[in-house]
Ligand binder design. Sequence first.
Ligand SMILES: [Zn+2]
Length: 179
Amino acid sequence: MSAQHTGWQELRCKMEPIKREQVIAKYLSRTLDSQSVEEFEGHYLGCDECFDELRVSEHMASELRTSKLAWKQAEGVSVLQFRGAATLTHSAAELDELRREVLEQSDSRVIIDLGRVTKIDSAGLGQLMSCYSHLVRNQGTMKIVNVMPEVKKVMDMTGISSLIGTFRDEQEALNSFRN
Ligand SMILES: [Zn+2]
């Protein structure tokens, strides 16, 4: 890296807190020019203050972003759907969101629509299991619908699809609530 006497690298953190906030906000919203992006990226990796601040801001920004999940009601049952393609893997934001949504809602009859979930791993399976046990503990139940082949394979292999009722589509699951 070339030594620039005006670069952030050498300033360590002489950046004013307000200036830092502005740079980070612009960096996260991708409105910094490429030169500044390069300088900032070169800087924050070596600067604890900026690094921490960036992580906090990033976290807040992701909380503010529209939820990846949405509830709807069908025949008195709460159906949780993903708004877009999603993965239920250990580092995915969807995992936390799924848990929050299921644990915070009060309806005990829940259908999880996995129609847009392209991938699942042990963390995802664990989360589904903990949602399921939570509902069962509260005299409720959870059913899973629209499972994609890749995800179904993993769920079948681990026996989870036979433990948690798994149905082809929403209507089938709704019918099963009536029986
Ligand atoms: Zn800094």
